[in-house]
Design a protein around this ligand. Structure first.
Ligand SMILES: Cc1ncc(COP(=O)(O)O)c(C=O)c1O
Length: 394
């Protein structure tokens, strides 16, 4: 049966292929040390699991969530979190939308705003969903290069005037996947000003907001900027904060009209998040501080071990400031793909070629600190040893 032309406009989801490659290696008895997909390897905290069990035993959670925007309990927990964490006021009644993770929200906001031909400013390198969904709606992605020299922030002043005039949306993603960068408040301020000048909507993906290493780098919400709600919507997620990727729960917050547009799009496609999951997510947010501190300490130890190891091989790398990714430049003479292939075949180390994230990702590999299996630090040290033996140096 012939498939829709529409489907031909989007590539297969990249990580599906990487998962298949890893499965083939395991079949051949060559399980790699896996720095691939950014999926937390640690369990969801027990207090969240307990809350889910209790909520799932309450038949009141079993029907559709007819509110459309999320349960009152979940939306209030989000508003309280936003106040405590960012010092911002977000109205549970109209400025918050419960979502099936950040990904779903990113998809539906594009469908809510982008018509064929509309220009969307998309960071490069970036999470593939921004560009793929734009193309799927017939929009025209315009790349915003993220360069190390500019702390992996886009240079908004370098965007040509004609592109600004046509642009209707701009994606930002801080903390950033894949570079591990954070956005200082001054940048977010400039971005809001830019959005106002050019009448576009900022979609800020904050999925990694609680994964950071140093209090000085504690990520900000774009909604901390005065009147940002007029021009911005921010996507949050429990996936990475609480090791809950499979649970599919997050939220969007921002100006009423943007939240309403997202809600209208998504409510015609899905029927919301299981109310028991929303109750458990609310319990997570109420108690997030202690768990987040524990999680950050674990990733900090892994990050430090990997950075020390890479530097011992001569790699000129700065430690990432947030997100659980290490964005390593490849040694001279390799493309990202060649280098990732060498790591896999000669060192049994699985890293993702940076070019998967866009042309500006060429020259880098991404190594995720979410490592499956026992003793993570020992695995990181083993990976470095394998690289040394495999002749990797910078
Ligand atoms: C930048 C970015 N945004 C969003 C997501 C998806 O998050 P969620 O599980 O909340 O859909 C990911 C997942 O890896 C991501 O890297």
């Amino acid at each position: 049966m012939e498939q829709a032309q529409r489907l031909q406009r989007i590539p297969p989801y990249p990580f599906r292929e990487i998962a298949a490659l890893k499965a083939r290696m395991i079949e051949q008895g060559r399980e790699p040390i896996d720095f691939g997909i950014g999926d937390p390897d640690m369990p969801t905290p027990q207090f969240v699991i307990d809350a889910l069990c209790e909520a799932a035993n309450d038949p009141a959670t079993h029907p559709y969530d007819e509110s459309g925007f999320g349960t009152e309990g979940y939306k209030h927990a989000i508003a309280d979190f936003a106040k405590r964490r960012f010092g911002i006021d977000v109205d549970p009644d109209g400025e918050i939308q419960s979502t099936i993770g950040a990904k779903e929200a990113l998809v539906h906001i594009v469908w809510a705003y982008i018509d064929p031909g509309d220009v969307v400013l998309v960071p490069d390198p970036a999470y593939s969903v921004f560009k793929v969904q734009t193309s799927w709606c017939g929009g025209a992605p315009f790349p915003l290069p993220l360069e190390a020299e500019n702390d992996f922030l886009p240079d908004l002043d370098a965007i040509p005037a004609a592109v600004r005039d046509q642009a209707k949306m701009m994606f930002l993603n801080y903390p950033n996947n894949p570079t591990g960068a954070v956005a200082p408040l001054e940048f977010l301020e400039r971005a809001v000003e830019f959005a106002r000048e050019n009448e576009l909507l900022i979609v800020q993906d904050a999925a990694y907001c609680e994964v950071y290493y140093d209090d000085a780098d504690r990520p900000h919400s774009i909604l901390e900027i005065d009147d940002a709600k007029d021009v911005a919507i921010e996507m949050h997620s429990l996936s990475k904060t609480f090791n809950m990727t499979g649970w599919r729960v997050g939220w969007a917050m921002g100006g009423r009209s943007h939240v309403e547009a997202l809600s209208r799009a998504k409510s015609n496609v899905d029927s919301g998040t299981f109310m028991a999951v929303q109750r458990a997510a609310a319990v997570g947010l109420v108690n997030y501080e202690d768990f987040a501190t524990e999680l950050q300490a674990e990733y900090r130890a892994r990050r430090d071990a990997l950075i020390v190891g890479l530097r011992s091989l001569g790699c000129p790398i700065e430690a990432p400031r947030a997100a659980f990714y290490v964005w390593a430049p490849v040694p001279a003479g390799y493309t990202s793909e060649d280098f990732a292939t060498k790591l896999l075949s000669d060192c049994q180390v699985l890293a993702i070629p940076g070019s998967i994230y866009g042309p500006c990702g060429e020259g880098f590999v991404r190594m995720s600190l979410t490592i499956k299996g026992e003793d993570k630090i020992a695995q990181i040290e083993q990976a470095i040893e394998n690289m040394r033996r495999g002749g990797v140096s910078w």
